[in-house]
Design a protein around this ligand. Structure first.
Ligand code: F6P
Length: 353
């Protein structure tokens, strides 16, 4: 049978192991292929000896599907085209990866990654004539051409649970609770968790806000007889003037650890309310993958191997509506998806006030 490689690259998220497991099951049982797991992303192919292990269904004794992170390990450092050596020298090490792929006798490579990793892996595939298939993962859900990426659903669930846990303490202490969530440049996690977790105020980078309107909203909540409110803010949101709050302002203005801290501080100033901030951070990337991410991951893994078997390469596995399909990798890399102002969840959030 043919040998194929699988690697995870870039930041981890929940559901990566579901993809790896599905790749192995489909390849071995469906097509009699052998699967080589490459450790630490492309770093595993740069190391000598290479860091690889044979993956067989018998390795998966039941818990892999339930585990967060990636059993293969990953890295988001070390672009092989401009690799920074320990002595500071920057080298193009792409040929070393291509050589490793050849020496392993691989027929194809399945790479599970975000946009950054996909661009690098595609460039490697082009240069070395490698047969490459991409599987999209990112908690940020900002990849064009796929409605869903692995890891996103779990991140939304975790951010929702955080609001569930903040609500009783907010109510007990009559406080405004601010939750800062990840998302890189996009507001998908904040918007969706905000709706699911009943946030009163949702701040995302795609929509301008003003402290005056936040103040009005909080005052209206008090007027309605409720003593607390929940605010969710995406990490990429800036201050009212569009500046990053973590950067030292030339004016000597106060800088903050993050946007959550800034919003919390400003709400306290504007409304006199007692506020607290929680920065959810990497909790959003770990944990037990949700059912949705296990289903997405499994579906993507099976589809990726089917593409290999069909000899269709340079594709990204994707999801739309109720279907898994695939798109040319080049198109997918170019696409970035922000929250759309006319999306249903956006309209829902507005409809809820
Ligand atoms: O892209 C995933 C992500 O978790 C972003 O949401 C976040 O901004 C970033 O990665 C954090 O990166 P790191 O794990 O390197 O701190």
């Amino acid at each position: 049978g043919k040998r194929i490689g699988v690697l995870t690259s870039g930041g981890d998220c929940a559901g990566l192991n579901a993809v790896v497991r599905a790749v192995v099951h489909r390849a071995v049982q469906g097509y009699g292929m052998k699967v080589v797991g490459i450790e630490q992303g492309t770093a595993g192919l740069l190391a000598r000896p290479v860091m690889v292990r044979e993956l067989e269904p018998s390795l998966f004794t039941g818990d892999i599907l339930r585990r967060g992170g990636t059993i293969l390990g990953t890295t988001n450092k070390g672009n092989p085209f401009s690799y920074e050596m320990p002595d500071g020298q920057v080298l193009d090490r792409s040929e070393e990866i291509i050589e490793a792929y050849r020496e392993l006798g691989l027929h194809a490579l399945i790479g599970i990654g975000g946009d950054g990793s996909m661009a690098i892996l595609r460039q490697l595939a082009e240069q070395g004539g490698l047969n490459f298939i991409g599987v999209p993962k990112t908690i940020d859900n900002d990849l064009g051409h796929t409605e869903v990426s692995v890891g996103y659903a779990t991140a939304v669930d975790i951010a929702t649970q955080a609001l569930d846990q903040l609500q009783p303490t907010a109510a007990s202490h009559s406080r405004v609770m601010v939750l800062e969530v990840m998302g890189r440049d996009a507001g998908h996690i904040a918007l969706n968790a905000g709706v699911a977790g009943g946030a009163d105020i949702i701040l995302i980078p795609e929509v301008k806000y003003s402290l005056a309107s936040i103040k009005r909203k909080i005052e209206r909540i008090y007027a309605e007889g409720r003593n607390f409110s929940l605010v969710i803010v995406a990490e990429a949101v800036r201050d009212e003037e569009g500046r990053k709050v973590t950067e030292t302002q030339a004016s000597g203005a106060v800088t903050y650890g993050g946007i959550g801290e800034y919003i919390s501080h400003r709400i306290a100033e504007e409304t006199g309310a007692e506020t607290r901030v929680t920065v959810l951070g990497h909790l959003q990337r770990g944990g037990v993958p949700s059912a949705r991410d296990r289903i997405m991951g499994s579906t993507f893994g099976v589809h990726a191997v089917d593409l290999v078997a069909a000899g269709k390469f340079d594709r990204l596995v994707a999801w739309s509506g109720r279907h898994c399909f695939d798109v040319p990798l080049q198109e997918a890399i170019a696409g970035y998806r922000a929250v759309q102002p006319d999306s249903s969840v956006m309209l829902t959030a507005r409809g809820l006030g």
